[in-house]
Write a protein that binds this ligand. Sequence first.
Ligand SMILES: Nc1ncnc2c1ncn2[C@@H]1O[C@H](COP(=O)(O)OP(=O)(O)O)[C@@H](O)[C@H]1O
Ligand SMILES: O=c1ccn([C@@H]2O[C@H](COP(=O)(O)OP(=O)(O)O)[C@@H](O)[C@H]2O)c(=O)[nH]1
Length: 237
Amino acid sequence: MNTAPRRILLKLSGEALMGDLDSGIDPTILKRVATEILEVRALGVQVALVIGGGNLFRGATLAAAGMDRVRGDQMGMLATVMNALAMQDQLEQLGGSCRVLPALAIAQVGEAYSAHQARRYLEQGEVVICAAGTGNPFFTTDTAASLRAVELQADLLLKATKVDGIYTADPKKHPTAVRYEQLSFDEAIAKQLGVMDLTAMVMCRDNQLPLRVFDMFAAGALHAIVRGEPVGTLVEV
Ligand SMILES: Nc1ncnc2c1ncn2[C@@H]1O[C@H](COP(=O)(O)OP(=O)(O)O)[C@@H](O)[C@H]1O
Ligand SMILES: O=c1ccn([C@@H]2O[C@H](COP(=O)(O)OP(=O)(O)O)[C@@H](O)[C@H]2O)c(=O)[nH]1
């Protein structure tokens, strides 16, 4: 897709927000990402966000250490809410307007997520952060991002992560792996190209939602993508 999208859903990994720290959020990265989000907003692109929680807690890691998985996933989802609040605060400090809509009931923190309400806020020009993943354990924020993107009728799902696209194999383990510019969901699924979880890939494929995977640390990448430049890897049906 080379035309500028009207509405995007941007998925940011929690881990990428921590930069070189061991956990938590690097304020410099948060500010840079928030600035780029407001730049594309200023171009008229509607922006919904899903932020991961891996910089704070992951249910599977907590379960491996002996915790009940459902409770661990609840902690993971609450971690995504904390990241969402940090991003909301940063966006507002930069003059943006932002709603946090959690999928778990935390009324004092944000209005319960509803697709129709989220679409209304997007149309009013607000950045909408869909927090707490899907609200259900055993899912990931990648899956939450694909679900919310479909519900919110986004034209494009963007996964901002630690690598600059999808490779023939994990580039961190296979330095000779080659990056795809474009591929189909069926190919990504069949070859088990691990950058996005399978449930999320299938959700995108079955709803004809294009996905672009790109490097969250590359300055200006988001802006370039909404201008229609071929940054990272595009996955389509
Ligand atoms: N074929 C592949 N192409 C690109 N990255 C891959 C691939 N297979 C595995 N990966 C790994 O997937 C990671 C991104 O996935 P993940 O850690 O789930 O992202 P996030 O935390 O951003 O949701 C990258 O850091 C990369 O090492
Ligand atoms: O719908 C969801 C989304 C997330 N999580 C939990 O929240 C954690 C943080 O999300 P994720 O690992 O996807 O974050 P990221 O890797 O993107 O930082 C996960 O490990 C899960 O424990 C969940 O239970 N249900």
